[in-house]
Write a protein that binds this ligand. Structure first.
Ligand code: HPA
Length: 245
């Protein structure tokens, strides 16, 4: 059985339900991934886990080696990858605490190593990215969550911003005009690199705050941490249910 790859985001540096078999320090032609790969299983189903921001949560979104992370998971024999991500909610359905499986993405990042197709090419390569997420995996996440009674919103547009700072009020207004429902800092180039590698990739997003300007006053880390703690506990249950589908 092919292992499910899970890239953990903020609040998810470990998977509690995971029976760990081994950890492996790997390197890739693109450098080192964020952390050693953790190989394990949930109820007999194989998982390869990688914390996006490193084991001690020290790698900021714009410094993540996305190419190495995806390459390492592919090399480990993974066919499907779920990228777990904390986001800010822009539209009404994305209140803090809501889990969501987005179906579209707009890339506002810049200066990141965003492709594997740039050197030693036999020909210029363009991937299709009309639907950036793997529909089969999106469906499996939604069905698995439904099966255990965890509400997860189906669809929405993820705005990938550069970070590490949060956005201005005007930036969020612009993202909303663009049709974005949520904003996070790690969705790209992760999704595109997965597609370049032929991996089936979907995102499980957790809203941990209202985006800038959507409430009175500044966004506080206390608010974010509160929703990270409670929401990631739900996300872990969903991930375990997907692994055992
Ligand atoms: N903006 C960008 N990234 C985020 C946010 C936000 O408000 N919350 C969590 N990740």
């Amino acid at each position: 059985m092919q292992a499910l790859g899970i890239i953990g985001g903020s609040g998810l540096t470990r998977l509690a339900a995971l029976d760990v078999d081994r950890q492996e320090v790997v390197t890739t032609p693109y450098g080192d991934p964020s952390a050693p790969l953790t190989f394990g299983h949930v109820d007999g189903s194989p998982i390869v886990f990688l914390p996006r921001h490193g084991s001690a949560h020290t790698v900021p979104p714009h410094r993540v080696n996305y190419r190495a992370n995806l390459w390492a998971l592919k090399e480990a024999g993974v066919g499907q990858v779920i990228g777990v991500a904390a986001v800010g909610g822009i539209t009404a359905a994305l209140a803090p605490g809501v889990l969501c499986v987005p179906d579209q993405i707009i890339d506002y990042t810049w200066g990141r190593d965003h492709t594997l197709f740039e050197k030693d090419l036999s020909s210029v390569t363009h991937i299709d990215f009309t639907d950036p997420y793997c529909e089969a995996l999106r469906h499996d996440i939604l069905v698995a969550a439904d099966g255990i009674g965890v509400p997860v919103k189906d669809g929405g547009t993820y705005a990938a911003t550069q970070g590490p700072r949060l956005e201005t009020r005007a930036e969020i207004e612009r993202l909303e005009r663009d049709g974005c429902d949520m904003v996070g800092m790690t969705g790209m180039p992760e999704a595109a690199l997965a597609r370049e590698l032929g991996l089936c990739y979907a995102c499980l997003a957790l809203s941990v705050n209202w985006a800038a300007g959507k409430t009175d006053g500044p966004i506080t880390m206390a608010e974010i941490e509160h929703f990270l703690d409670s929401g990631m506990a739900q996300a872990r249950k969903v991930l375990a249910a997907v692994a055992c589908r």
